[in-house]
Design a protein around this ligand. Structure first.
Ligand code: SAM
Length: 504
């Protein structure tokens, strides 16, 4: 898919000023209580929706009730009396804020300041973006509006934190992922198609003093040239337009199917992702029972799909009608959309619904059987979750002789519920429900004999020893071989019911 890069508009907020101005503002904001908890409380109060995403609820403090002038100015987008801010910050900090165009003197009331952008702390970074509210009078929302990183918590939280040599942030917007990855990568490239996002990305790089991040304007991988990367992260636009809707929002509209960009990004992974490298992206796509999104993503991998393991962690399932309604509500020219016809056309392609979530793809280091895994995000899914699934699913190919020597223990987050039936007037245990929220959300209703297996794993006995003991006491169903038993235990480890971190 080829896009024409947007030319740099003459009128853009934020000035890439002197390093001293950036350093002064950075220090002053950090020392002034401009904290994540206060900012998120103010955002929630202002009606900001952190999506109904299990991962997207940032830490909130119950203590903060009054928001200072910085939150009014940068988060609530209010005009603030100059006297108030001049009293709150040192004179040289105000000068630096004006120099960087983070603050302006109001044209209509020169006794007040306003900010032409939204500015907030996120993941230890200070990020400037465009507004998150509907456009205000006199401040129209540009089509290349810079997407607020406040919607990007979910993906931020799952990106691996191991040291790598190079990382790529595609469709970077504010460059929030690139800047976050700069803590763990020697070199980072962040690239976005619009001049406006590129400008904001450069500004944010300077504001956070991340000298190892290059910010470049380009269409998808264009800026990467011949480079390849150990870690690639993308949050591309993924909303379908269904019809050719004309000029839409660059951050949101992703062509008629909504899958054009994410498909193009995954297609090129064999070229840009190094061996052992990992890719993470958040998106929404169509699927059905016959064509689940993780299998569709695998099929997109051009050339060498067998070198890749694919995990899709779902966040939310949406009906075709729900997606059509969102598009009708938000897009610029929705009037010619006929929901019934559109739904029929999506169904005719073999899809039954949409699903949103995060895909993780790892390229093998060594030859191995590729595998594909579907799971569900939970509020505890974190930067170790995908790694756990990648490592553990990879180990399932190990010979039974290796796996039987593991010494699993009950995972601390496992919850077990026993359900009973009434049998001859008495309660009789019937089923067991196992549930865990790390690495992902998994729940299963299973048979009572599973309880005996779980009770024998305390980290002391090996899988082989527990199998021998349970076989001698006839606790296991007859005919359950050691290989099947090992497979069952492996599934429980993969799902977070059992833990092998302390195993030898
Ligand atoms: C949903 S926003 C995400 C921004 C940022 N990654 C984040 O999560 O906060 C999508 C971004 O993709 C950019 N974009 C759209 N089409 C693109 C393309 N063909 N190549 C590169 N970037 C693109 C938009 O300008 C926008 O900044």
């Amino acid at each position: 898919m080829t896009h024409v890069a947007t030319p740099l508009p003459a009128e853009m907020p934020l000035r890439i000023g002197d390093p001293e101005d950036f350093a002064r503002v950075r220090t002053a904001l950090r020392q002034s209580g401009f904290e994540e908890s206060a900012v998120y409380q103010a955002l929630s109060k202002a009606g900001f929706c952190f999506e109904d995403d299990p991962l997207a609820s940032p830490t909130r403090s119950a203590g903060v009730t009054e928001f200072g002038p910085l939150i009014e100015l940068f988060v609530e987008q209010k005009d603030v009396p100059r006297k108030q801010l001049d009293h709150f910050l040192a004179a040289d900090t105000i000068t630096s804020l004006l120099n960087l165009d983070l603050v302006r003197i109001s044209e209509s009331d020169p006794s007040k300041y306003y900010s032409p952008v939204v500015l907030y702390p996120i993941n230890g970074l200070l990020i400037a973006s465009d507004y998150y509210k509907p456009p205000q009078e006199g401040r129209p929302q540009p089509v290349d509006s810079v997407y607020p990183a406040l919607h990007s918590f979910g993906l931020l939280r799952v990106i691996s934190r191991t040291r790598v040599s190079s990382a790529l942030d595609l469709c970077s917007g504010t460059a929030v992922f690139g800047l976050a990855m700069s803590k763990d990568a020697e070199q980072v490239l962040a690239s976005d198609i619009t001049a406006r996002s590129t400008h904001f990305g450069l500004f944010n790089r300077c504001l956070n003093g991340c000298t190892n991040v290059r910010i470049v304007q380009g269409d998808l991988y264009e800026a990467a040239g011949g480079e390849s990367f150990d870690r690639i992260v993308a949050h591309p636009p993924y909303m379908p337009t269904f019809v050719n809707a004309g000029v839409g929002q660059t951050w949101r509209d992703a062509g008629p199917s909504g899958e054009e960009l994410v498909e193009a990004i995954i297609r090129s992974l064999p070229k840009y992702l190094r061996s052992g490298g990992e890719f993470f992206a958040t998106f929404m796509a169509r699927e059905s029972d016959q064509a689940p999104v993780e299998q569709r993503a695998r099929a997109w991998l051009d050339g060498s799909p067998d070198e890749f393991d694919v995990i899709f962690a779902s966040k939310k399932q949406l009906s075709i009608r729900q997606v059509i309604s969102v598009v009708q509500e938000k897009s610029h020219s929705p009037t010619d959309i006929d929901p019934a016809k559109l739904e029929a056309s999506v169904r005719a392609l073999g899809f039954s619904h949409y699903v949103s979530g995060i895909v993780g793809i790892r390229r093998h280091n060594a030859a191995g059987k590729p595998w594909t895994f579907r799971t569900e995000l939970s509020r505890l899914t974190d930067e170790c979750s995908f790694r756990h699934a990648f490592d553990w699913n990879g180990r399932r190919a190990d010979p039974v002789s290796n796996a039987r020597r593991l010494r699993p223990a009950l995972a601390p987050g496992l919850s077990v519920t026993e359900t009973c039936i009434v049998d001859h007037g008495k309660l009789k245990p019937e089923k067991l429900i196992l549930e865990a929220d790390w690495p992902f959300h998994h729940t299963v209703k299973t048979d009572m004999w599973i309880r005996a297996i779980l009770e024998h794993f305390s980290g002391r006995s090996t899988v082989g020893e527990v199998y021998a003991k349970l076989t001698s006491t006839h606790t296991l169903p007859s005919g359950l071989s050691l290989a099947h038993f090992v497979d069952l235990v492996s599934t429980f480890v993969g799902r977070g019911y059992l833990d092998v971190t302390t195993s030898s």
